[in-house]
Design a protein around this ligand. Sequence first.
Ligand code: PLP
Length: 244
Amino acid sequence: SEATMDAIGESLAERLAAVRGRIAVAAHRAGRAPDEVTLVAVTKTIPPGVIAAAHAAGLTTFGENRVQEAQSKRAMLDLPGARWELVGHLQTNKVATALVTFDRIHSIDSVRLAEAVASRAGTQGRVVPILLEINVAGEASKTGFSLAEALDAARAILALPHLRVEGLMTVAPIAADPNNVRPIFAHLQALRELLRREVPLGADGGWRELSMGMSDDFEVAIEEGATLVRIGRAIFGERPSYGA
Ligand SMILES: *Cc1c(COP(=O)(O)O)cnc(C)c1O
């Protein structure tokens, strides 16, 4: 009902204001401007009505981790100025749908996937903004390039047409204390510096974006240079466990 949606909108606006405040404080602590950090609202499992309320509360960048779910939500919603970004693993058989659904892909985790995206982008006549996902801690449960293979992967991917490589992404291990994953974020920033030296993109070196930090660790990530924080639960509340 409308009353329910108003109530959802109010608590959402409060949580969003709190998150934005924490982003600003963390940025200031690191001597950075808050507007150097873009908030990507992760809306996996969140129903379209709540996403519309989030948009009304001022959110414009939405992150999803499943192609089909994002495609159907995007088709149901017409949100002016909204951008949809893929933050989860992409299977090569879903590349075509992903490219008509997402404005940017954070999760390029193999050269083979990059080739599939490049090839499809070519047939669609467009250039796709991407980030390379790095499995900094080398966790077996996660995809992504290891720190050791990142430079070779970057060289191979930069040789492909129809892609705009904008930076790096990582998902830190789960930690009881977010300070425990600070080295993960610091490693990603160090890798970016190496890539700027070895495979610079444009006059300023490029590799601008560092997509790192989630609800439990975004402040530490911002202190270590995050430019894109991907936040779900701190804005929308806990997800049902099947969507974790
Ligand atoms: C779910 C998810 C997030 C957001 O996680 P929260 O803990 O809800 O903030 C960020 N990044 C990726 C890749 C995710 O899958």
